[in-house]
Design a protein around this ligand. Sequence first.
Ligand code: SF4
Length: 359
Amino acid sequence: MNKNSIYGLTFNQLATWLLEHGHKKHRASQVWDYLYRKRVTDFSMMTEVNKECKTLLEENFAIQTLSQHVKQEASDGTVKFLFKLQDGNLIETVLMRHKYGLSVCVTTQVGCNIGCSFCASGLLTKTRDLSSGEIVEQIMNVQHHLDNAKQEEKVSHIVVMGIGEPFDNFENMVDFLQIIIDPKGLSIGSRHITVSTSGIVNKIYEFADTNLPVNLAISLHAPNNELRTKIMKINRAFPVEQLMDAIKYYIEKTNRRITIEYILLKDVNDHIEEAKELAALFEDKKKKVYINLIPYNPVDEHSQYQRSAQESVLAFYDTLKKNGINCKIRQEHGTDIDAACGQLRSKQIKQDKGKTVNQ
Ligand code: SF4
């Protein structure tokens, strides 16, 4: 029988569980120290935890529920991992190197139901949500990869932008955030964490109300309903006006800046008119908005979309700047491996299917 990942418990949940099972609360500190500081991969390595407690933990939880299926390393140091879950499903996790530190992009669902028309991940519909433990474990596996390289590097930034819509797995995602920011554990600075949503409006309000001091990014990708509905079908449920109201609420409630993600698709949403329209949309929020322009990574399955010409990208950027909008062109990572989100996973699934058919 599959066991739950021990990484899915917050510190208080573990302490309470241990207490309920006849163990002192302080054991939780010891166990967390072994998990997050000493980073053991087996309960038997928790030498200072008494045998009875170790046996109990072993009977009820697992430290490793993910196994590495494929690993691709790019020349810029980006590493893409394809992990196999206990039920055989595959998920993607990416390690990226920046000047400011090491960031990990985590997946929150097996597949995705949002169906953005440019996305390789959305080609495979959602099978299930990931547990909070499975999301934390992605970071731990990447950290173990770094530990094994013995360069004393530590994951410092997290982006919740991998496969899946985090707000469609809201409770597990919030538990995950609480676990990774806990100073007794991984202690990732909350300002170093960004959660990205396609724009599930009711959940943006809910997220603002959690008061979790992490960053929020919204995938907008078009400045009006007509265009956005063509690119992202979620716009039918949550049109731009509703999204803008939720953004306003989030900014007022948290007093934090929000990031707007904008993928540039050649001749679709990369004209000067759209840049002007986008700037006008945020005219009254200039100080609270940061726009990330993302050059598109083409995927075979979406041949209708091409990468914008460099001149168009720069003209779009200049137009936003001229209109007083903070923005940048996102640096690309891992261009010599399967760089687009979900590309490695969908390729591998196709390959595995091919093998099965040919056997
Ligand atoms: S871009 Fe994100 S939300 Fe949209 S289909 Fe892909 S994984 Fe889902």
